[in-house]
Design a protein around this ligand. Structure first.
Ligand code: PGA
Length: 245
């Protein structure tokens, strides 16, 4: 695990976009794994600028998102389908047919998850996986639990995740209680992983990811076993890690 220490959110976003841009330049047919949440928004804005400037091209890129709320249709403004269209896909030259998000509108969890695993496998897995990290150490919606989940599965969101995500909903009771998420096993199959973290609220999770035991109580800790994982984090997110990391 390598760490790139940044001054603030802006620098983190720029550095992350630079890594993704380099990947797209080296391999125009890249399979990108993408994340939702507040953390990657600045990176997506920079990618949009780079695409407008002609520096990067999405025409042959395909994407697989980590997760989706169960029970939300694609056009629901709270869905991750909608988020990705709004924050990235509608603003770059990617083909809609090449973008993939688990199908939260399919109430049959087993079939929605199996179908998604099948698609990721058929794509040859992800070349570069972008991740945020939850305050509780989750990646995707892999919440702390007793063993690392392998494939895409349906999860019950923890109270801390529901509380954290309620800022994006009108009321806390509106936050869906379940989601479909790629498993830790699938994330680990990505050839390169990029974890972004910004702000003091992430400091405990970042410390646990980088220094705690590798155990499913902190799902992000599995990334320490990944052969090519880069953490791009700002000073505040690294504030509980030893200097020099
Ligand atoms: P955030 O979420 O980027 O909105 O902080 C990250 C996550 O929960 O994985």
């Amino acid at each position: 695990m390598r760490t790139i220490r940044c001054k603030n959110y802006e620098e983190m976003s720029r550095r992350a976009a630079d890594v993704i841009a380099a990947q797209l330049i080296l391999d125009p047919k890249t399979v990108l794994g993408l994340a939702t949440g507040t953390t990657p928004v600045g990176c997506y804005q920079r990618l949009i600028e780079l695409n407008r400037e002609g520096a990067i091209d999405f025409s042959e890129v395909s994407t697989y998102n980590l997760d989706e709320y169960r029970g939300l249709t694609h056009d629901d403004p709270q869905s991750y389908h909608y988020f990705m269209a709004d924050q990235l896909f509608n603003h770059v030259n990617i083909k809609a047919a090449n973008t993939h998000v688990p199908d939260g509108s399919n109430p049959d969890a087993a079939s929605a998850c199996a179908e998604y695993d099948h698609m990721v496998e058929n794509a040859g897995y992800v070349d570069l996986q972008l991740l945020g990290i939850g305050n509780n150490g989750h990646i995707g919606f892999n919440e702390p639990c007793s063993d690392f989940p392998v494939g895409t599965h349906c999860v019950d969101l923890t109270e801390s995740t529901i509380r954290a995500n309620s800022r994006l909903f009108e009321r806390e009771e509106d936050v869906p209680r379940q989601a479909y998420t790629m498993g830790v096993g699938t994330i680990m199959k990505a050839r390169r992983v990029l974890v972004l973290a910004s702000g003091e609220a992430k400091a405990d999770a970042v410390r646990a990811m980088c220094y705690g035991p590798v155990e499913p109580g902190c799902p992000a800790s599995a990334l320490r076993l990944h052969p090519d994982c880069i953490v791009i984090a700002d000073e505040a997110a690294l504030s509980k890690c030893p200097e020099g990391l």
